[in-house]
Design a protein around this ligand. Structure first.
Ligand SMILES: Cc1cc2nc3c(=O)[nH]c(=O)nc-3n(C[C@H](O)[C@H](O)[C@H](O)COP(=O)(O)OP(=O)(O)OC[C@H]3O[C@@H](n4cnc5c(N)ncnc54)[C@H](O)[C@@H]3O)c2cc1C
Length: 317
């Protein structure tokens, strides 16, 4: 293992969109998939935990830091042959849309406005407007137990905003490369659709530091049927937006330290004044408590808590 390129005690705050959290015990960057595989495999063989980091747009690192190696994924390559695409896991999800559209392929318009890498998007099965990244995946290369292999998408056990890499006891694996198949289509229509999605996002998303939607929406037909104030579309699809529930609890603009629930969109937890990771998680904890006591619903985080949270005690407002 090449320890020369490994840094110690690197602050992760500047590398995540929530701008909070502590230090990585070890830190390295990879610019090619070969480097990514080599570094991840070498650390795994030493028994050192590897935490990949893309754009940090779904990543809340504990104030107490992250033990093991945080591996910043700066790989970028995307190649297209016919209807098949091979992308490095560090390629921007939005670049995947742009390059495939330029090649006359369609389907990823929903990716526009989702910050982050293809790897990060796969871990949470990222999506919007009723589409998810997993729909187009045909294979992925994963590094686990010190070696890389191509596996079938079923390996990921995808669900709504979920996969085997983010469940309670996640597999310790790094996605290195990915293969997608997309249909040929009308590029002009794809651009127009993407532009419309972007326009809708600009209207909804606050400019402050956030990780996008903090909680997953609730899929519950009984709740959707009984709760007042939902649109017909939401009721039909049994979707109760997490932001709607938080707003109903009167929490828009509510603060703990530098962390605030969005005034525009209650499912956005914002870092408005140098919030610590503890303040952000405490605010999430409080919002969950309020929603539980008012609606009997357990909100589930979309954002991932990374690192050592064993001594977390929520701040009571
Ligand atoms: C303004 C804003 C809007 C957003 N809108 C949406 C939206 O509409 N829909 C949506 O689904 N999400 C949305 N998000 C959330 C986020 O952008 C996505 O989850 C994104 O796909 C995360 O990618 P990332 O590279 O930033 O991952 P990171 O935050 O860097 O990592 C997330 C997790 O994935 C793991 N990981 C990252 N790369 C790999 C890899 N190569 N192999 C294995 N594990 C890996 C990390 O260790 C971590 O556990 C939004 C976020 C923001 C800030």
């Amino acid at each position: 293992m090449n320890w020369e390129s490994v840094q110690r005690r690197v602050c992760l705050r500047r590398l995540t969109t929530l701008k909070a959290g502590g230090e990585a015990e070890f830190f390295a960057e990879s610019r090619t998939s070969a480097q990514l595989i080599e570094t991840a495999a070498a650390f795994q063989r030493e028994g050192i935990k590897v935490t990949p980091l893309g754009w940090g747009s779904n990543f809340l690192a504990s104030d107490h830091g992250v033990t093991g190696l945080v591996l910043l994924n700066q790989t970028r390559s995307i190649t297209i042959e016919g209807e098949e695409v091979i992308a490095d896991s560090g390629a921007a999800f939005q670049d995947l849309w742009l390059k495939t559209t330029q090649a006359g392929l369609v389907g990823l318009e929903f990716a526009v406005g989702i910050p982050g890498t293809v790897g990060g998007a796969l871990v949470s099965n990222a999506g919007a407007y009723r589409s998810n990244i997993s729909e187009f995946l045909i294979a992925l290369e994963v590094v686990q137990d010190g070696r890389a292999e191509w596996v079938d998408p079923s390996w990921m056990e995808f669900k709504y905003r979920d996969s085997v890499l983010r469940c309670e006891n996640p597999r310790s694996a790094v996605i290195a490369r990915t293969r997608f198949r997309l249909p040929k289509g009308d590029s002009k229509k794809s651009y127009d659709e993407a532009r419309e999605y972007q326009r809708q996002r600009i209207g909804k998303q606050p400019p402050s530091a956030s990780a996008g939607s903090f909680f997953k929406n609730v899929i519950d037909s009984k709740l959707a049927d009984t709760i007042e104030g939902l649109t017909e579309g939401m009721r039909k699809n049994s979707v109760v937006p997490a932001g709607f529930l938080i707003e109903q609890c009167g929490l828009k603009g509510f603060r703990i330290g530098g962390a605030m629930i969005g005034k525009k969109h209650a499912n956005f937890l914002l870092n408005v004044a140098g919030a610590t990771a503890t303040e952000l998680r405490s605010l999430a904890h409080y919002a969950k408590e309020q929603v539980r006591s008012r609606f009997g619903v357990e909100l589930e985080e979309e954002v991932m808590y990374i690192g050592d949270w064993s001594s977390f005690v929520p701040i009571i407002p």
